[in-house]
Design a protein around this ligand. Structure first.
Ligand SMILES: [Zn+2]
Length: 452
């Protein structure tokens, strides 16, 4: 059989136009398994032709419509035609775009100011469609630039892609996200009860390019949650002039305003909550992530268990077992002083344990080291502990585990250490921005608003 594909365009004034878009031949006598239906290569050719037909008709329609002077309704003269190269997801086309003479109707004298108008220029300032730009950035933030180029070329009839063009596009889209979000009006706080915001923070370590004199770069990633919305973010502090104002934009987008409470949940690293403090410009409630505490308690419990099993153990088991178990309960309920006291007693009891057995000494040392570890962790974060039990019963978050998902999604999928790629602060920052926007579904939205 033979298949002919024809497109019919109906313009707004009622006229129609037909284009032959493609032709397929499927002689049944020679049909192979590979010849059933539409193949990728056929589809790419047809898509390309289809795009060409639609694009040309659209340009024709827009050009004709923009010849009418908006002031006097006269048809303006065409100055000349300029050829423009247009990059789309379905191919690169050279189109002829008219330039239109300005009308003299509005001028006081007969002198017409300004050069000819180019009606198409405003549609494609970058000479490529927003959809193509978005897809290049989205894939570039997920796969290596080379791979992103390969994926695009495999599935769509776009022009030849190279890794550098994907990289440059990602950079441009990242800059656009910044620009759009900075000019965007802040969500008006219509609610009388301001929504409390919780920021979950974590850091991802990625390999740094050698010329920056250090091995690793820190990407700050996290999630901001209000009662009904959430938003991810990622940034490299060295790559932006003011990381705090960058974060402030993200907080604003979720309805933050001066005077509203912000709760930060992260591990003991002071740099992360300090970043939020800088963004908010004031007080921030920092809560230590429960999981990091729980893990340290677990280490003590395991070490004590090990000690009790040692043959040469000569102490009273319950003196060691009880404090180790109580520790978790006290910390969970925010009884920090009691917890530290029982921690100290555990250390004292360990020190008193007189034994000559080498294995026992080793086990005692292990318990002591784990206790000291938790003790200094608590001492450094004394102000950031809370009654975790009560918080959880109230349905409030107690763990930054929600940010850990962001570490994987924003940091590690593209820039993880296993991918063996080294990053500059700027490059990493761009990928983080675009990745966060993609995950939130903001990239499409931003482009639609920009195009509108
Ligand atoms: Zn006019």
């Amino acid at each position: 059989m033979e298949v002919r594909i024809i497109v019919e365009t109906t313009f707004e004034n009622g006229t129609t136009k037909r284009h032959r878009v493609g032709y397929l031949s499927r002689p049944f006598r020679r049909t192979q398994p590979e010849g059933f239906g539409l193949l990728l290569e056929d589809a790419k050719i047809i898509l390309r032709q289809l795009q060409n037909a639609i694009l040309r008709d659209q340009i024709e329609e827009i050009s004709a419509a923009s010849r009418i002077c908006p002031d006097c309704d006269k048809v303006r003269a065409i100055h000349d035609y300029r050829s423009r190269v247009l990059d789309t997801l379905f191919g690169r086309f050279k189109v002829k775009a008219p330039r239109i003479r300005r009308c003299a109707c509005n001028a006081k004298s007969d002198v017409v100011l300004g050069g000819p108008l180019s009606p198409l220029a405003r549609f494609f300032p970058d000479r490529s469609t927003p959809e193509l730009q978005r897809l290049q950035a989205e894939l570039g933030a997920r796969y290596s630039f080379r791979e992103a180029a390969r994926i695009l070329e495999t599935f769509v009839p776009c022009a030849k892609q190279v890794n550098t063009s994907v990289r440059n596009r990602l950079g441009k889209v990242a800059r656009n996200i910044d620009a759009i979000e900075q000019t965007e009006p802040v969500v008006a706080a219509a609610v009388e009860d301001p929504p409390a915001l919780t920021v979950f923070l974590d850091g991802a370590h990625i390999r740094c390019r050698p010329e920056y004199q250090k091995r690793h770069l820190d990407v700050v990633v996290g999630k901001i949650e209000s009662h009904d919305k959430c938003r991810r973010f990622g940034l490299v502090q060295q790559a932006v002039l003011s990381p705090a104002s960058q974060l402030r934009q993200d907080l604003r987008a979720l309805g933050w305003d001066r005077g509203k409470t912000v709760t930060v949940i992260s591990d003991g690293e002071p740099a992360l909550p300090n970043l939020v403090r800088g963004a908010v410009g004031g007080k921030v409630r920092h809560i230590l992530d429960w999981w990091h505490i729980s893990m340290r308690i677990q280490h003590i419990e395991n070490a004590v268990k090990g000690l009790l099993q040692v043959r040469g153990f000569s102490g009273i088991p319950v003196l060691f077992k009880r404090p180790a178990e109580a520790l978790r309960w006290y910390l969970w309920h925010g009884k920090v002083l009691t917890a530290t006291t029982s921690l100290q007693w555990l250390m004292v009891d360990c020190a008193r344990l007189g034994t000559d057995d080498r294995v026992a000494i080793e086990a005692v040392r292990r318990v002591q080291a784990r206790c000291r570890d938790l003790y200094s962790y608590l001492a450094n974060n004394m102000d950031n502990l809370t009654d975790y039990g009560r918080r959880q019963r109230a349905g409030l978050p107690i763990s930054s585990s929600r940010a850990e998902g962001c570490v994987d999604d924003i940091g590690n999928t593209r820039m993880g250490k296993r991918r063996r790629m080294r990053w500059s602060p700027k490059g990493a920052h761009r990928v983080a921005i675009v990745r966060a926007a993609v995950l939130d579904g903001r990239l499409t939205g931003a482009y639609q608003r920009a195009a509108a």
